[in-house]
Design a binder for this molecule. Sequence first.
Ligand SMILES: NC(=O)c1ccc[n+]([C@@H]2O[C@H](COP(=O)([O-])OP(=O)(O)OC[C@H]3O[C@@H](n4cnc5c(N)ncnc54)[C@H](O)[C@@H]3O)[C@@H](O)[C@H]2O)c1
Length: 458
Amino acid sequence: MTEHTPAATSGAVGADGEAAALEHVRHAERAAGNLPGLPRVDAGWRPGHAAVVGAGTMGGGIAMALANAGIPVTLIDRSTHDLDRGLSRVAANYASSVRRGRLDAADADQRLALIGRATDMAAIGQADVVVEAVFEELAVKQDVFGAIDRHARPGTLLATNTSALDIDAIASVTSRPEDVIGAHFFSPAQVMRLLEVVPGAQTAPLTVARLMALGRLLGKAPVRAGNARGFIGNAMLFDYHREALFLLEEGAFPADVDRVLTQFGFAMGPFTMTDMAGHDLAVDSRRRAIATRPTGRRYCDLDLWLVDLGRLGQKSGAGWYRYVDGDRTPHPDPDLNRQLAEYSARIGIERRRIGADEILERCLYALVNRAAWLLEQGVAAQPSDIDLVYVTGYGFPARKGGPLYWADSVGSADVLAAVERLHRQHGVWWEPAPLLVQLARTGAAFADLGAAANGVLS
Ligand SMILES: NC(=O)c1ccc[n+]([C@@H]2O[C@H](COP(=O)([O-])OP(=O)(O)OC[C@H]3O[C@@H](n4cnc5c(N)ncnc54)[C@H](O)[C@@H]3O)[C@@H](O)[C@H]2O)c1
C-alpha cells in the first residue's frame, strides 16, 4: 500500500458530531416515510387480521412482529410437522425474552395466543395482509402466489419477503399485480428494524402507502427501494463482502478485518456476521453461477472454499473462526489462517501486511461508491435512505450517521480521489459512480442532493 488518507477513514467523532449524526438518522427515518405522490393512509388504519405463508426462520419472526403489534395472524405452512417446528421456535423465542426479563410471561402468552395456524391456504381468505416467506425459489413463490390469488379477498395487501427475486415475476402470476409488493424484512424479523418496501412495475401507490404504514405499526423503519437485484442493502453488502474477501486473499486474516470494522463502530465484522448466517446458503446456485459470470474481472471464491472445508459457520463449530460448544464467541483459528496463506500462494498472490486504513478504505468506500450508483439508478430515492438502511439493517454505527453521512464528513473530493486510486489499483469493480464524480467536481455533498436524487442536484 502506498498512497492513502488515514484522516479520511479515522473513526473519531466528537460528542457534538455524534449528536448531529444521531439527529440525521432520526431525520432520515421521517424523510423515508414522507414519500411524495403517495395517497395518505388513515392514521387509524390497521389490518384486522394477517396471514404469513411459510413458518420458517423469517415467517416465524414476521408473525411475532405482527403479534407484538397486537395484530392477529395465521401462520400457514405445508404440513403439521412444518408448523409444529415453526411455532415451537416462536414459543422458544418468547420464552427466552421472558427469561431475560424483556417481556412478562402474561404478555408473552397473550402474543402467542394471537398466532394461529393452518395448512390450508383457504385461511388466507380472512386476512387483510398476507406476507409470503417460503423458500427463495421463483417457481415455489409463483405457485404460492397463485394460491394466494385464489383465496385472498379483493384489496388484500399481498407482500413477498423475497431477498433477491424479481417482484414483477412474482406478481405476474396473480390477477392483481397492483396489490403485490416486496416486504424485505431482516433476520431476526421480530427484532431488526429495517423493512425494505419494494414496489413492482404495477404496484399501486396505495399498496406502497399501506406497507409503509404497516411497517410503522410494527415499529419498523420502512424504506422504499427499487426492484433491482439486492434492492438497496444487499446490493451494497455484495461490494463490502467482495472487498473483505479480497483482503483475505491479499494478506489479512478474518480477525484483522473484523477488528478494524468493529473499532470503526460496526456491531460486528463481516466474517463474524457470515459465520452467524451460515456459509451453505444457496451453495449450488453459487457454484453454478461461476460458469456464466463475466470475464475480465477478479472474483473470489473463498467462501465456497470454506464450505468445501466443511466449515459452515457457527452451526458446524467452525467457519472463519472456531467455536467452542454452546458458545458463540469467535476464536481466531491458526489452522484456518495457515490454510488461507496456502490458498493465496496457490492462486499466485504474495501476501503482504495490510493496515487498518486500507481495510477501512476498501470496505467503506465500496459501500459509498455502490450507494452513489444506486442513487443514480433510482434504486434508492435519497441519500438519507441509504443511511437509514445501513444503520437499521446492517449494523453501521448510528453515531456516524450512515455511510453517506460519514462520506460527507470525509468530503466528496477525498472520497472520489480514493475511489479513483482504488480503481487504478484494483480495476473495474471500482469504477467511480458518475454521481460521485459530479459531487466532487462541483464541491457538493450527498446531503445537497434532494429527495428523488437520481443524480440530479437540487
Ligand atoms: N433467512 C434470512 O436471513 C432471510 C432474510 C430476509 C429474507 N429472507 C427470505 O425469506 C424467505 C424465507 O426464508 P427463510 O430463511 O425463513 O426460509 P426457511 O427455509 O427457514 O423457511 C421456509 C418455510 O417455507 C415453507 N414452505 C415452503 N414451500 C411452501 C409452500 N408451498 N406453502 C407453504 N409453506 C411453504 C417451508 O416448509 C419452511 O417452513 C426467502 O424468500 C428468503 O430469501 C430470508
